[in-house]
Design a protein around this ligand. Sequence first.
Ligand code: IMP
Ligand code: MG
Length: 338
Amino acid sequence: MNNKINFVDICCGLNWGDEAKGKIIAQLAKSGHYNFVCRWAGGNNAGHTVYVNNKKYKTHLIPCGIFYNIPSIIGPDCVVHMSSFQNEILYLKQNGFNTELIKISPKAHLVTDNHINEDVKDYKSQGTTSKGIAPCYRDKYARVGTQIKDVDYFKPYIWDEALYGNVLCEGAQGFWLDINQGNYPYVTSSTTLPYGACSLGFSPKLIRHIYGASKIYDTRSGTDPHFPESLLDNSDLMSVVQQGNEFGATTGRMRKVNWLNINKLVKAINTTGTTIIIISKIDVLEELNNYKLIENNTILSFNSIQEMKDHINDTLHSQCSSVYKILYSNNVEFVDNL
Ligand code: IMP
Ligand code: MG
């Protein structure tokens, strides 16, 4: 094996997180084409739900490569809470996965219990996940944080910072939670856009595919004036909450639901440079036989899922020049033609 990277594929979220990125990344990892699967940002505020041999697993920080025996890297712009990491390792070990494949960048930052206490106390109004994310990144950027290399416990997990072959990077959260692009301060404290993956230490020129994950309706876990309380009074949208089981993998909170805002989706695709878009959970609208989206602040209704797909395809193909493939998936089945 030479020491060169062949290419980097990236999967990122195009909405507000919870777009089934875990499912897509697991499916890509399963192909056996990748030498590494890497997380580039965030901490255990994320929640990835993955099915392996029909069994459901949940991870928060550790990349989904672990389910397919691929070296799984937690990058330098990630933040790690020690006992949460220990628990995740234990959980994976007990389920028979090879946790020796898990490595953390020496430059990742430590989330302390003080960060968590401060998050719980001071960030409630923003509806954070209470995982200490904002206080930890604040300390990182103020240059008073603690790096993982300086904590004895992590010694066996320290990554040698080498990447080679085919690399897959898994995003956490989504485009509209990005610190720069989102509805500040109702955002997370890291870069959710694919360029953030370059913090792992590779050139942006090595990026090949950018898989953008979206749901066919919008959801928001946590506070955001863009998702007003009045959405909870809309019985059609509340049916989507129930049918789509829109409750957080990390917090258990009910997510707010709205019809897909296609203008926001176009912006997210064009800014991320998405080449392949996977729109999931179409079965939820099919079950409810209710097909709507928002375009230019107006609700558009369709008579069938096909009509809705045709409209989405036409819009994306005409407004998003980077996209060459649009795929749809339902809640349970994998996308098998990635
Ligand atoms: P924090 O990242 O815990 O500081 O939370 C900031 C905002 O991002 C809150 O509105 C959270 O609900 C939201 N958020 C953070 N991580 C995720 C995620 O993985 N999925 C969905 N929302 C998230
Ligand atoms: Mg999630």
